[in-house]
Design a protein around this ligand. Structure first.
Ligand code: CP
Length: 309
């Protein structure tokens, strides 16, 4: 695990090792042990070309808890606004002897491109690339599911909403299939599903009231308006009526179904406030778990890199 760029194609054993490592960090954090010397002397750069609250903050906290130095670049005020290319930005940061890049970019494949072009001693973590993947988000979601449900076997998971634009959904679908979930469903209007979505290993529903039957985990997604042609935007009230998760709709799923959302949430569009803040919601636990999971990924990547030095 020198780089962590996507979930697709990874082995179940590696995903399980990430979850187990994260579990030990979370356990120690719950016992108030929050600081570890594992990455002392290492320098990590957060390179966020797209906005973020949760991912950027939890990567910063995770790096700090591993005793690394972390630099979060403000891309809007960096020299990229003067025309400096991505590669030149990377070359200049490399010259500052950094050890890891955490990259979010609007273009699918950006993190792969940086991994291919960065110096061999540098690790690259994908913090979300275009509509492709958001692998650490999927791993914190898997961690949250495993903590509540103990195992993936026998679980039916429904992912609801804007699957077409969602890098999170893509990573979650790969992770759930690799980890052995019973069934992964996607529930969305036809216009918000990628072509040949079944080939990802999902069953497809267009009616929320049918798709939620017998489901153990519900993952709601935001409408990614920033990636849509405004002429094709559905009306928010109409969308909520058909695909929003309300208290009534939640009753269709299994009684102990967990409600998840990667954030940011749009209350009253894809989820009601009463469900988002209700007893079945684990939305804020997902955020907390992001720290332990990102500590696991960063420490495993760096240790692999140290072994190959
Ligand atoms: N889930 C997620 O990626 O949130 P942010 O955009 O706030 O990082």
């Amino acid at each position: 695990l020198q780089h962590f760029l996507s979930i697709e194609g990874l082995q179940k054993s590696l995903l399980t090792e990430i979850l187990d490592t994260a579990e030990s960090f979370a356990d120690m954090s719950e016992q108030q042990v929050k600081k570890f010397p594992l990455l002392r002397g290492k320098t990590i750069v957060n390179l966020f070309f797209e906005n973020s609250t949760r991912t950027r903050a939890t990567f910063e906290l995770a790096a700090t808890r591993l005793s690394a130095d972390i630099l979060s670049m403000n891309i809007a005020t960096s020299a990229t606004s003067k025309g400096e290319s991505l590669l030149d930005t990377i070359r200049n940061l490399e010259a500052m002897q950094v050890d890891m890049f955490v990259v979010r970019h609007s273009l699918s494949g950006a993190a792969h491109f940086i991994a291919e072009n960065a110096a061999p001693r540098i690790s690259v973590i994908n913090a979300g690339d275009g509509q492709h993947e958001h692998p650490t988000q999927a791993m914190l979601d898997m961690f949250t599911i495993r903590r509540v449900k103990q195992s993936f076997s026998g679980l039916r998971i429904a992912i609801v909403g804007d699957i077409l634009h969602s890098r999170v959904a893509r990573s979650q679908i790969h992770a759930l299939n690799i980890l052995g979930a019973e069934e992964v469903r996607v529930i969305a209007p036809k216009t918000l599903l990628p072509a040949q979505v079944e080939s990802l290993g999902v069953s497809v529903y267009h009616d929320l009231t049918v798709g939620l039957k017998n489901v153990d985990v519900i993952i709601m997604l935001r409408l990614q308006k920033e990636r849509m042609n405004s002429a094709l935007l559905p009306s928010e009230s109409e969308y909520f009526k058909c695909f929003g998760l309300s208290d009534d709709k939640l009753k269709i799923a299994n009684k102990d179904a967990m409600v998840m959302h990667p954030g940011p949430i749009n209350r009253g569009v894809e989820i009601s406030s009463s469900v988002a803040d209700g007893p079945q919601s684990v939305i804020l636990q997902q955020v907390t778990n992001g720290i332990a999971v990102r500590m696991a990924v960063m420490s495993m990547a760096m240790q692999c890199n140290m072994r190959t030095e």
